[in-house]
Design a protein around this ligand. Sequence first.
Ligand SMILES: *Cc1c(COP(=O)(O)O)cnc(C)c1O
Length: 397
Amino acid sequence: MTDFDATRALFDLPEGIVYLDGNSLGPLPRASRERVAREVAQSWGTLLIRGWNEAGWMDLPQVVGDKIGRLVGAPAGSVVAGDSTSVNLFKALTAALSLSGERKVVLSDSGNFPTDLYVAQQALAALGRGHDLKIVAPEAVEGAIDETVAVLMLTQVDYRTGRLHDMAALTAKAQAAGAVTVWDLAHSAGALPVDLAGAGADFAIGCGYKYLNGGPGAPAFIYVRPGLADRVSPALAGWMGHAAPFAFDLGYAPAEGVNRMRVGTPPILSMASLDAALDVWDGVSMADLRTRSIELSETFIAEVEARCPQLTLASPRDPERRGSQVSFAFPEGYAAMQAAIANGVVGDFRAPDIMRFGFTPLYVGRADVVRAAETLERVMGERLWDRPEFKQRAKVT
Ligand SMILES: *Cc1c(COP(=O)(O)O)cnc(C)c1O
């Protein structure tokens, strides 16, 4: 059994806070604090340019990629870390379209995160090959997969509701129809067991700063199915994805495999933080994590529903159909969340009315969940959400 008290001790959590927002920004692993300080003082500070060779900076995107790969069922050498999730989606989608012939439809759903849809809209416009982005309701995706679809582009876990797509079934259906698949694992990687290889997914991307705890703006990652990677022609090419970056050839020649998806110089300090954060997962069983995540979220739903009749569950009730977050709808959700935060329970708000709570067993336990429900009961019972100070909207909600 995974020892979740031991993993909790690996984080620097502020006193007195119940942190249910690790799905948005993971907390600080002690190892990341030390690693970044060391990387600054020793590697950058003393090795200077030699750090690229002697501190292992050049290989860090692959080293970090392999650590992430282990959490998402990707074989060694099939994942690289770098860029943001948005940029990686551009790379994955354009690469997928380079493989998908004359078909014109990119199929996605209305539960997708807006950045994914924005990237897709503008990528299709820039390609100028007449592709259409077709957006259907999440429940209608399966029925919309047919011989017109070039690429199925989905986020596995809905950022608002936590609704979980069946990646294996949808991938199989898409591939049987001749489509290429791109999965966004932003709310999956580190949240639940993912089996990219088992599902046969073609491309995947995901986020380094949510459940992987890499720190604000940490590098994201990209996966390409090994059998496919050498056939991919990247639209966003750079010297770090070249077969021989230091040959300085004038012409582009892609590196082998997933390495061709690298673009420019990696952000080493941020990458080092993520690298150290990923060691927290040593000895963690994803199956244990999932069991604990479901226990926590089921307890939370039961406690909140018993105490707060004002709140409506906005997540699937069946835990097998949820990721690792639970959402409740409440018309004054923004103010209610601000009141909860002022009382030490940190979640977040997603327009128009969603109060969102992430369950991260690495550092959240049952006592936290009960305290969070008690706090919400006070916020509702004492109408704390009605106070003007909680209604001032900040830039980030
Ligand atoms: C968080 C998230 C992103 C974030 O993208 P950035 O480029 O890191 O800002 C993208 N897609 C999904 C589905 C997300 O949940």
